[in-house]
Design a protein around this ligand. Structure first.
Ligand code: SF4
Ligand code: SF4
Length: 115
């Protein structure tokens, strides 16, 4: 992104930066909150989920190494795969992807041509 010129900085106050940081934090929380914790993107619907996928007391699924999840992982049947950000697979299709909240939102935002 463009760095502000010295003259521009007069117009940017600490409150603006705090507000922007807050906005980013809220946006990230909102994005995370969209996930239904269905486990589909972690192989649950293929009946060979990642070994790091656990079911919580609320019946939903969670990654027990969420903060360090990316990289080489293994399924319960011993198959290796790469855990990647969901945005990298969102345009594709996988078992249970029809119910992914992010995929639904992406489909909803898609603009279809008027006939
Ligand atoms: S490591 Fe990746 S694939 Fe495995 S449970 Fe966590 S998020 Fe899902
Ligand atoms: S498939 Fe989508 S909604 Fe389900 S756990 Fe994965 S990211 Fe969340």
């Amino acid at each position: 992104m463009r760095l502000l010129e010295a003259g521009d900085q007069d117009g940017l106050h600490m409150n603006d930066e705090v507000s922007y940081d807050l906005y980013l934090k809220k946006a990230a929380e909102h994005y995370e909150g969209l996930c239904k914790r269905c486990g589909a993107c972690c192989g649950l619907f293929e009946k060979d989920p990642c070994t790091e996928l656990v079911q919580g007391e609320d019946g939903r699924y969670y990654c027990r190494i969420y903060e360090e999840r990316f990289g080489l992982r293994r399924t319960v049947r011993g198959n290796e795969f790469l855990c990647v950000p969901v945005r990298k697979v969102i345009s594709g299709s996988w078992a249970g992807s029809y119910q992914c909240a992010y995929k639904k939102q992406l489909t909803g935002l898609r603009v279809h041509p008027v006939r």
